[in-house]
Ligand binder design. Structure first.
Ligand code: ATP
Length: 371
């Protein structure tokens, strides 16, 4: 443990340097409030973060109200979230919990800080620091030592049976922090059974994994650990698509969590079908790709459809200078001929056969009249 020990002065200095800490202290005076969870982990790692988790053995919602700022209270859970000067402060009343059945939602009751730490996922997330006088770390599960050893360790052998979504959380943290699974945790994790949890909870955790900068690595780990079915080709696609989405022309085309979720579900049929086409011209490319959603486009690119770079970057934004009224004014009767004409003009423009209003209109009229 010695190697992981942080000296009291440096701990105090780090807590004192947290944004918003002074305001928080005046609101929590005398309530035994502690910084907990990821906020403590990141404090010890020296990482900055935009949110602070605070647990206290009193009415968290009342404290949150007294802080001012924009408040969202969850009366049922006794928790509240406050936005203050660009910082999110999550306050909770200390809780104890028990699991009525594997994978079921826990039954929660008021508890002590120690109870609250005991219900957490990994030792590195199960530490606390008193906010008022931050001279010592509350670390009943050896989190500081595991942080120094860079391992994820569950608090008890039943942890993944209680809540198998913790296995996906492990993949998320392992990828983000570059931590390994402690061997016993590794063995327990491989028996985690995600089918005991509702699909919605699995999806929510996969989306959080998918939102990480290291999402592809996290998904790869989830595959290695048998949590999702993934072959090597799909792992490559995950890495390629995550890289793709960070640069033009693909930036913003698809949300990364949607893409990761589709890969985790093996949901690649429409992307593969799209990628199997090899359009002979820009107009054909637009025809093929039109109507596909962002994730499908990105995944199709990931499985090899390089022509989609130009579709996304250029062709899908090509518009005519003319519209239906121009065709109508040129003497074509209202009806399907107008749409047919406009589509033909757009195809001709995409393929470089016409340019400018006059030529567009001529192409439209020809196609409309030729029906
Ligand atoms: P991040 O750095 O991604 O915000 P975090 O550690 O703050 O991560 P959250 O998902 O916001 O993670 O959860 C806050 C804390 O609540 C975690 O640090 C962990 O202690 C605990 N926690 C969250 N989900 C679970 C779970 N399914 N089982 C046990 N503990 C959990």
């Amino acid at each position: 443990m010695a190697a992981a020990e942080i000296d009291p002065e440096s701990l105090r200095a780090r807590v004192d340097a947290l944004p918003g800490v002074e305001r928080l202290r005046s609101a929590i005076a005398g309530l035994g409030a502690h910084l907990v969870g990821g906020a403590v982990r990141d404090l010890l790692l020296g990482e900055r973060r935009g949110d602070l988790d605070v647990v206290l053995e009193g009415d968290a919602i009342a404290v949150a109200r007294s802080l001012g700022g924009e408040l969202v209270a969850h009366e049922r859970f006794g928790t509240a979230s406050v936005q203050l000067d660009g910082l999110t402060i999550d306050l909770a009343t200390a809780r104890a919990e028990s699991y009525p059945a594997p994978g079921a939602l826990p039954v929660v009751r008021p508890g002590s800080l120690v109870d609250d730490l005991a219900r957490r996922d990994f030792t590195v997330n199960a530490m606390a620091v008193p906010l008022e006088d931050p001279v010592h770390l509350v670390d009943p599960h050896g989190g500081a030592a595991d942080l120094a050893a860079r391992v994820l360790r569950v608090l008890h052998p039943g942890s993944f049976a209680d809540d198998p979504t913790r296995a996906l959380r492990a993949a998320r943290y392992a990828a983000r922090l570059g931590f390994a699974l402690e061997p016993e945790t590794d063995a327990l994790l491989r028996r985690a059974d995600l089918t005991t949890v509702s699909p919605q909870r699995v999806e929510a955790e996969l989306r959080r994994l998918g939102a990480e900068p290291q999402a592809a690595r996290a998904l790869e780990l989830a595959g290695d650990w048998g949590l999702v079915e993934l072959d090597d080709a799909m792992v490559r696609v995950a890495h390629d698509v995550v890289a793709l989405l960070s640069a033009e022309p693909w930036q913003g085309v698809a949300s990364q969590p949607d893409v990761i979720l589709a890969l985790a579900r093996g949901d690649l049929a429409s992307a593969r079908e799209l990628a199997s086409r090899s359009p002979g011209s820009p107009a054909e490319a637009v025809e093929s790709a039109h109507g596909h959603d962002g994730p499908t486009l990105a995944l199709a690119r990931g499985v090899g459809a390089e022509w989609l770079d130009r579709y996304v970057g250029e062709w899908r934004d090509v518009r005519l200078e003319i519209n239906g009224s121009d065709v109508l004014a040129a003497g074509i009767e209202e009806g399907p001929a107008i749409g047919r004409g406009l589509r033909a003009a757009l195809r001709a423009k995409l393929d470089g056969e016409v340019s400018g209003r006059d030529q567009e209109l001529r192409a439209a009229l020809e196609a409309a009249g030729a029906a």
